[in-house]
Design a protein around this ligand. Structure first.
Ligand SMILES: O=C[C@H](O)[C@H](O)[C@H](O)COP(=O)(O)O
Length: 222
């Protein structure tokens, strides 16, 4: 199977999970990226059953709207039973690195409101130790140089993502060369650097369920 076919299979499995596990009229949290895009396409078949969706990025908002799925502002929503999103890396404790597409902050906000985080990923994303994928950090532009110096002190090789602006008007610094043995501790430590909005470690709020696309079928972990 190709990587896209694996992504499509987990996206369909997530849409089936939404249909089975949420009440009619539920608001669904929707992530960002190529795997999440397959999920949005699968979710379109449920648009008369769900109450609408909360988007984790402008790109996702546009794709949902293109399918005629109502998109709600998070501030109008008190409960999201399920949030479905991809990941750049995930370990067997369901801690993740996210933000390859730069949407980490809004993703973390929607995930924080959701009762259940379902991660959808092809098998290449499952790793023993997080950190091979450069860790994205969203920074307030005027703090960029300060944050880069502080990230260097943590042992990483930070690099500005040139020409990229997040949906929040900020910049992304990608940190290479980290072997992350304590994802929760590092997530907290980086978030304490003044000028950091958030970083792409999702360890304080890991996924609850991983739907992993393999050539033998979709594996459920968690
Ligand atoms: O900012 C982007 C998100 O965190 C994505 O969920 C992540 O980068 C995975 O994207 P993809 O499904 O395209 O590999």
């Amino acid at each position: 199977m190709t990587q896209d076919e694996l992504k499509q299979a987990v996206a369909q499995a997530a849409a089936d999970h939404v249909a089975e596990s949420t009440p009619v009229g539920a608001i669904i949290g929707v992530g960002t990226g190529s795997t999440a895009n397959f999920f949005i396409d699968a979710l379109a078949a449920l648009k008369d059953r769900i109450g609408g969706a909360v988007a984790s990025s402008e790109a996702t908002r546009q794709r949902l709207a293109g399918h005629g799925i109502p998109v709600l502002d998070l501030n109008e929503v008190s409960r999201i039973p399920v949030y479905v999103d991809g990941a750049d890396e995930i370990d067997d404790g369901l801690n993740m690195i996210k933000g390859g597409g730069g949407a980490l902050t809004r993703e973390k906000i929607v995930a924080a409101v959701a009762d259940c985080f379902v991660c959808i990923a092809d098998a290449s994303k499952l790793v023993d130790t997080l950190g091979k994928f450069p860790l994205p950090v969203e920074v307030i532009p005027m703090a960029r140089a300060h944050v880069i110096r502080e990230l260097e002190k943590l042992g990483g090789l930070p690099q500005l993502r040139e020409g990229f602006v997040t949906d929040n008007g900020n910049q992304i610094v990608d940190v290479r060369g980290l072997l992350i043995h304590d994802p929760k501790g590092l997530e907290a430590k980086i978030n304490q650097i003044v000028g950091v909005v958030t970083n792409g470690l999702f360890a304080m709020r890991p996924a609850d369920l991983l739907l992993l696309g393999t050539s033998e079928g979709v594996r459920r972990i968690g």
